[in-house]
Design a protein around this ligand. Structure first.
Ligand code: BTN
Length: 328
C-alpha cells in the first residue's frame, strides 16, 4: 500500500493529493493513508502535508529500496527478487542463507549499512550507512565448481562499465578490485557452495565506496581505499549506479551462460588492467613470489613470468597480488 501511495505522489510531482482522494482511490481509511505517509517520511522522503490540501512529494532520498530501484532496472531476472535491509551484519552471509533456502538465481540482497561486512581473506569491509553500495547477488549457473571463481571477473567488468557511464575511468586489479587513482574503490567477494562436480550456488558480494568521506575511511584504510566522491569531488547517485551495475552484470552473465565464454568481460579486464606489465608479489598461503604480469587468459587466469623465466598461471581465489612497492 505504501508503494501505491508513493507511486501516486511521484506521478503528480507538483500537486497536492488529498487524503480523501487517496483513501477513495486505494480503498483504505484516511488514517491509514496518514500512517503510510509518516512511514515514508521516516524513510527519508520529504513530503509536505497541509491540512485541507493533502500531501505533496518534495524530495526523494537516495535510498536503495525496492521502490526506488525496481522501476529503473532493465534486467530480466537480476534483482527481480529484491531483499532490502536498512542494516544487516553482512549481505553475503544473508545471501548464502537465502540461496541454501532455495531463493532463485538473480536474487539481490542489499543493505544501506553492514555491521560486519566481509572482505576477502577474512578481512572486514567497512560499510557505513547510506554511503556505498553493499550488494550480494545469488547465482546458480550450471558449471563445474572449479569454474566459479572466474565469475568474479563478470562483477569487475560490470562495475567498470557502470562507472564508465558516469564518465569515471577506473582500472581493474585482477580479479576482484576496482581502482581509481591507485586506490581501491570497490572490492568483490565471491563465495560458493558445492562439491567437485556440482555447484549449488555462488554469492557475489560487491562493495563500492560511493559517497564515503575522506575522514570516514579509517587511517589504516585510507592508504589503500578511496571513494568515488573523494576522487570525483562530487556526490554520485547510488540508485543510478546500482541499476547500471545490475544491468551490465546481467548482460555479461547471460553471455557467459549462453556461449560459455567470457570474451567481452576478459577484453574489458585486459584493456583496463592495472596489473598487466607490472612487477608484482603473488601471495599464497603465506608465501610470496615475485613475478611480472603478462596477460589474462581467455578463461580468466592470470599469466605471469617468474624471475627464473618460467611462465605460469595464477588462479583467482587462491592468491593476493600486490605491487612491489604498494597496493598496486
Ligand atoms: C574485498 O575486496 O576484500 C571484498 C569486499 C567485498 C565487500 C562486499 S559488500 C557486500 C558484500 N557483503 C559482504 O559482507 N561483503 C561483500
Amino acid at each position: 500500500m505504501k508503494e501505491k501511495i508513493l507511486k501516486a505522489l511521484k506521478e503528480n510531482p507538483d500537486k497536492f493529493l488529498s487524503g480523501e482522494m487517496l483513501s477513495k482511490e486505494l480503498g483504505i481509511t484516511r488514517a491509514a493513508i496518514w500512517k503510510h505517509i509518516n512511514s515514508l517520511k521516516a524513510e527519508g522522503y520529504e513530503i509536505d502535508s497541509v491540512s485541507k490540501k493533502g500531501y505533496k512529494l518534495i524530495d526523494v532520498p537516495d535510498l536503495l529500496t525496492k521502490d526506488e530501484i525496481l522501476p529503473r532496472l532493465n534486467t530480466k531476472y537480476i534483482g527481480k527478487t529484491y531483499v532490502y535491509y536498512s542494516k544487516i551484519d553482512s549481505t553475503n552471509k544473508k545471501a548464502k542463507e537465502l540461496a541454501t533456502d532455495g531463493f532463485e538465481e538473480g536474487t539481490i540482497v542489499i543493505s544501506e549499512e553492514q555491521s560486519l561486512g566481509r572482505g576477502r581473506l577474512g578481512r572486514v569491509w567497512y560499510s557505513p550507512k547510506g554511503k556505498g553500495i553493499w550488494v550480494s547477488i545469488i547465482l546458480k549457473p550450471d558449471i563445474p565448481t572449479m569454474m566459479a571463481p572466474r565469475i568474479t571477473l563478470i562483477g569487475a567488468a560490470a562495475v567498470h562499465s557502470a562507472l564508465e557511464e558516469f564518465g569515471i575511468k577506473s582500472e581493474i586489479k585482477w580479479p576482484n578490485d576496482i581502482i581509481l587513482n591507485n586506490k581501491k574503490v570497490c572490492g568483490i567477494l565471491t563465495e560458493m557452495s558445492g562439491e567437485m562436480e556440482k555447484l549449488n550456488y555462488i554469492v557475489m558480494g560487491i562493495g563500492i565506496n560511493v559517497n564515503t568521506e575522506e575522514n570516514e575511511l579509517e587511517n589504516e584504510l585510507n592508504k589503500i581505499a578511496t571513494s568515488l566522491k573523494i576522487e570525483c569531488k562530487k556526490e554520485i547517485c547510488r540508485k543510478q549506479l546500482l541499476c547500471s551495475l545490475l544491468n551490465h552484470f546481467e548482460d555479461f552473465y547471460d553471455a557467459f551462460k549462453e556461449y560459455g565464454t567470457l570474451e567481452n568481460v576478459i577484453n574489458i579486464c585486459k584493456k583496463n588492467s592495472i596489473l598487466i606489465g607490472k612487477e608484482v608479489k603473488i601471495i599464497s598461503y603465506g608465501k610470496e613470489v615475485a613475478a611480472k604480469v603478462i596477460d589474462i587468459e581467455d578463461d580468466g587466469e592470470l599469466i605471469v613470468k617468474y624471475d627464473d623465466g618460467t611462465v605460469g598461471k595464477v588462479l583467482s581465489g587462491e592468491v593476493s597480488v600486490r605491487g612491489l612497492y604498494g597496493y598496486v
